[in-house]
Write a protein that binds this ligand. Structure first.
Ligand code: C2E
Ligand code: CA
Ligand code: CA
Length: 718
């Protein structure tokens, strides 16, 4: 190759000289004295003149050129290349010197015989009067050196042995798309043996119809060199559908490398079968956007759909739509009564009922749990949306059949629906979903199993509830939760321990007491991470406090049933103990009496498992007396302590109240349970004889709940 280039260089310098000398010398003279074919062009490609050598190699007939512009003679894929070369000559940079190898380019041109022929070329500027013109110097590529042919053969051999080592099919085609080389891996991708396919058309490897579309794009790769691809926006590879000899159509990916061999251009195609990858991609994409259980779209699919809906609205192709937020009523009870599997079946059935009720054009999603979302893309008026809501209500309220252990049960659930109209109630994702959600809350507030269309004057309480639920989701991350500790005294003596009580410092609404958000957190599941945070934080705080003050205070923590229901609750407590290093004998878990009644068997198993692992941990029944737990049931639980509900203490010394407390106290005493009196505010309450049997006293009489640093002061002052 080197020889050839230097030969061209000489030629270039000759021309350069002739141009340098050409001031005032007519272009005819230069052109006829050039050894190349020369075509004189205007900037826009209009052909001004051709020299006789050009006429010869382009086989131009007596009648002259068949075109006025050079671009009419050149296949479209070469146009950008020629244009960019002309542009470079208009704005020459220091790098564009004609000696440079890359200035020499290869292109194809239509000859007088209506055949395409390859040429090598350079572009040179020539100023004619005040006009800028260009000489396109062309010559036929030659490769007559025997040494060169030998070298090429050598390269070819190396190339072949290399291409045999890779797992991709390597196929080389010529400009007529004839396969001139194929490696052994071709059989793996296409089912054809390399001998069998060599000499055949590349088209054999594709469905006919498709190949017609592919061919022009593939052809580009012949002529656009690797480095020029970026400039004219061509990718390094194409993804196509190919036809395998045995297996039908499958997706492939081709990378291209073009080369110029002798007179012809060839194209090396490196081909991978990507059907495996495509399948996985498709599956992953589907999984990412769909709910596994019901096969409905998920939150992410909804987000993408609603975004494109708003786009369609701003372009005017859709004018009205409606968004429904659905939340099943009574699903939790069914789930708790009949188990998760029955719950899952109801969700699947619900999805099917929604599909049956709605039109093809309506979109249905499941956001998780028992929340569904419907997007109606074709609704004109509020009353249309209401009609659909009524249909949904009717369809969901039909009873669900649950087959369990060969027995067939019926369950009925309802649905609360919140409706927001688009664009009336919002024209962006956040506003419209918030408003549909708010309307849904309002439907729940109004007594469930109904729909509510959003309006600005939705009840305050729905908004409040919504604000709390939404805020809960990020409260932990934003570190808005903190703990207070209320001292618990040994009756008549000093402090013995503390109860951890959670607080929420809401961004805009100040401190929210637990009664206002714990039920919501239990409903939306946030109680699990929140409860774990409380355990970790409190155990850590009290362990450090005990070490610092050389005390041995116990710690009482409130546990929600949701936490108790976790199958790994004992392991979770074990983890807390190991992480925080609190002596398990100082840990007390408070479980509300009413909660204990929800699933006694399961709770009893869990608590027994916990006690087996950590016998030192004490279980306390909180708010005792409020519920009506049976004695026999209580005796089966590994409980050591009860906390008498605040209400009984407050009502001291009311006579009826006193009767109830004394029966509670006697009961606990008989069962050898220790007792805590909670909510003791006055000296009178404290001194009432009934409390003499209580081991511990807690209440404002001693102290309100305190932040940890205030608790330290409190203990020091004792
Ligand atoms: P609880 O477990 O019965 O907690 C005792 C409540 O009584 C606390 O209210 C406490 O501030 C209040 N209290 C204590 N002494 C007196 C008194 O002398 N007079 C009066 N009137 N009240 C007194 P708080 O902190 O508002 O907690 C309310 C409930 O929230 C708790 O009732 C408990 O059920 C729940 N809770 C608090 N923290 C947590 C927690 O970390 N996890 C869970 N699951 N629930 C918690
Ligand atoms: Ca408590
Ligand atoms: Ca209590």
């Amino acid at each position: 190759m080197a020889e050839k280039i230097s030969e061209n260089k000489e030629r270039d310098t000759d021309i350069e000289k002739s141009i340098a000398d050409s001031m005032g010398i007519p272009s005819d003279f230069i052109m006829e004295n050039a050894i190349d074919g020369v075509i004189q062009l205007k900037e826009d490609g209009k052909i001004l003149k051709t020299n006789s050598h050009a006429q010869k190699i382009l086989e131009i007939p007596e009648t002259g050129l068949p075109a006025e512009s050079i671009y009419d003679l050149i296949p479209p894929e070469y146009h950008p290349l020629l244009k960019s070369r002309i542009r470079e000559q208009l704005n020459p940079t220091t790098e564009t010197q004609i000696e440079k190898e890359e200035d020499l380019f290869l292109f194809r041109c239509l000859t007088g015989n209506n055949k395409h022929k390859s040429f090598e070329a350079i572009i040179l500027p020539y100023k004619q009067g005040s006009e800028r013109t260009f000489f396109l110097n062309i010559w036929e590529p030659e490769s007559n050196s025997e040494k060169l042919v030998d070298q090429l053969k050598e390269v070819q051999k190396n190339y072949e042995s290399l291409s045999e080592t890779i797992s991709e099919a390597v196929i080389i085609i010529d400009e007529s798309f004839k396969i001139i080389y194929a490696n052994s891996a071709t059989i793996r991708v296409f089912g054809y043996d390399k001998k069998e396919i060599t000499g055949k058309s590349f088209e054999t490897l594709f469905p006919e119809e498709l190949f017609k579309r592919y061919a022009p794009d593939i052809r580009k790769y012949f002529y656009v060199d690797f480095d020029d691809r970026k400039e004219i926006n061509i990718d390094d590879h194409m993804e196509l559908l190919a036809r395998n000899k045995n297996r039908g159509v499958s997706p492939i990916e081709i990378s291209f490398g073009n080369s110029r061999e002798f007179h012809e251009r060839t194209l090396t195609c490196i081909i991978r079968d990507v059907s495996h990858r495509k399948n996985i991609e498709r599956k992953l994409r589907y999984l990412a956007y769909h709910d596994k259980l019901t096969d409905l779209g998920n939150r992410d699919l909804f987000a993408s759909d609603i975004t494109s809906l708003f786009e369609q609205m701003s372009s005017g192709s859709i004018s009205n739509a409606a968004l429904f937020f659905l939340d099943l009523d009574g699903f939790k009870q069914v789930n708790d009564t009949f188990g998760h599997q029955a719950g899952d079946e109801i969700l699947i059935d619900t999805a099917q009922r929604l599909r049956d009720t709605l039109r093809e054009s309506d979109l249905i999603y499941r956001f998780g749990g028992d929340e569904f979302v419907v997007l109606l893309t074709k609704v004109n008026e509020k009353k249309d949306a209401e009609l659909v809501a009524r249909k949904i209500l009717a369809s969901i309220s039909r009873s669900f059949v649950i087959d369990q252990d060969g027995e067939s049960n019926q369950a009925s659930i309802g649905v609360s629906i919140g409706i927001a109209l688009i664009p009336d109630h919002g024209s962006d994702h956040d506003t419209i979903t918030k408003n549909a959600d708010l309307a849904m809350y309002s439907a729940k507030e109004n007594g469930k199993n109904q729909f509510v269309v959003f309006s600005e004057d939705l009840t305050h309480s729905a908004k409040n509830k919504w604000t709390i639920e939404q805020g809960l989701k990020s409260a932990l991350v934003r570190q808005e939760m903190f703990l207070e500790y209320q001292p618990i005294h040994t009756n008549g003596e000093g402090i013995a321990g503390v109860e951890a009580l959670i607080r929420w410092e809401h961004g805009t609404r100040g401190v929210i007491p637990p009664d206002l958000f714990i039920p919501a957190a239990e409903e939306n599941g946030m109680i699990i991470p929140i409860g774990l945070w409380v355990l970790d934080r409190a155990c850590m705080d009290i362990r450090l406090l005990n070490r610092k003050l050389k005390t041995n205070l116990f710690l009482s923590v409130n546990i929600s049933t949701k936490q108790l229901m976790l199958p790994n609750f004992p392991e979770l407590i074990d983890g807390v103990i190991k992480r925080t290093g609190l002596d398990p004998r100082l840990m007390k878990l408070e479980i509300t009496e009413t909660f204990l009644m929800e699933d006694p068997e399961k709770i009893s198993r869990t608590l027994n498992r916990l006690k087996k692992e950590h016998p030192g941990v004490t279980l306390i029944i909180d708010d005792f007396g409020k519920g009506y737990s049976s004695l026999s049931y209580l005796s089966r639980l590994p409980v050591e302590c009860i906390k008498i509900d605040r209400d009984f203490i407050r009502n001291i010394p009311d006579p009826i109240n006193m009767k109830v407390i004394s029966s509670i106290v006697n009961l606990a005493d008989n069962m050898d349970l220790s007792m805590v009196a909670e909510g003791v505010e006055t000296e009178e309450q404290l001194n009432n004889s009934i409390l003499k049997k209580c081991h511990f006293i807690q209440g404002y009489y001693y102290s309100r709940p305190l932040r940890i640093n205030k608790l330290v002061d409190y203990i020091k002052n004792q």
